[in-house]
Design a protein around this ligand. Structure first.
Ligand SMILES: Nc1ncnc2c1ncn2[C@@H]1O[C@H](COP(=O)(O)OP(=O)(O)OP(=O)(O)O)[C@@H](O)[C@H]1O
Ligand SMILES: [Mg+2]
Length: 228
């Protein structure tokens, strides 16, 4: 089964009626199979975050089709969209976006608190604790983000992305704020969780060494993706 398919996607930005339009994506195609791991690299401004936002339903193409889990994205239906994001997609960003007033455990549980189909609170807490232990944060669950190291905060963000067992993890420069050793450990963790839990993993990174650890390496240039 294809987890995600982008077909002939065009995305153009125009900041004002007089400004020239900027063609960012021009007929882009991408198919992501169950359990796939892939990287997207390319120069700053080439459209990597735009692709991730399209996969994450945070943005809509000008033309072309975005299918997730076999179905076209229900743009315009905010309830269906937010359920889709909460239940089937996991986002990890360069900056962790943890809530400062909440503990690591509470942050991980936030995606379980909203939406039409909430998981059982006890089961969610058990899974959160199991995953936090799994990523080496068993002793840090009750700390707030300010009391954690940068690498620990990113691991909390990874667990938060996985808490509802999504089919697709979208990671936009998740190691951008980490030193090389912590970055490598975070990628180890993402790949281990990909094997154990099976979500497809899309990693946007500038780092060729990290990109090379994904099964498929894509470059985004001139509005389209190419392998290699
Ligand atoms: N909402 C927007 N309005 C206007 N232009 C935008 C908007 N979002 C992105 N762009 C433009 O589209 C281009 C692609 O942006 P995008 O964020 O996808 O690049 P990127 O490849 O992720 O870059 P980086 O590596 O610096 O994160 C950029 O030139 C950017 O200025
Ligand atoms: Mg970006």
């Amino acid at each position: 089964m294809m987890i995600a398919e982008l077909s002939n996607i065009t995305k153009t930005y125009r900041t004002s009626p007089e400004a020239p339009e900027q063609r960012v994506l021009t007929g882009l195609n991408l198919a992501i199979a169950t359990g796939a791991t892939l990287s997207i690299s390319g120069p700053s401004g080439c459209g990597k975050s735009t692709v991730l936002n399209l996969l994450g339903t945070l943005d809509q193409p000008d033309a072309g089709i975005v299918k997730l889990f076999g179905e076209e994205v229900p743009y315009g239906n905010e309830i269906a969209l937010s359920d889709l994001r909460a239940e089937k997609l996991g986002f990890i960003f360069q900056l962790h976006h943890l809530l400062p007033q909440c503990t690591a455990l509470e942050n991980v549980l936030i995606p379980t608190l909203g939406g039409s189909r909430r998981p059982d609170a006890g089961e969610a807490a058990d899974r959160a604790k199991r995953l936090l232990n799994r990523v080496g944060l068993g002793a840090h669950m009750d700390k707030k983000p300010a009391q954690l190291s940068g690498g620990e905060r990113q691991r909390v963000a990874v667990v938060r992305a996985l808490i509802r067992a999504p089919g697709l993890i979208l990671a936009d420069e998740p190691t951008g704020a980490l030193d090389a050793a912590s970055a490598s450990l975070l990628i180890d963790l993402l790949l281990d969780l990909n094997k154990e839990e099976g979500p497809a993993l899309v990693l946007v990174t500038h780092d060729p060494a990290l990109a090379g650890r994904m099964a498929q390496k894509y470059r985004l240039t001139e509005g389209g993706l190419s392998l290699g």
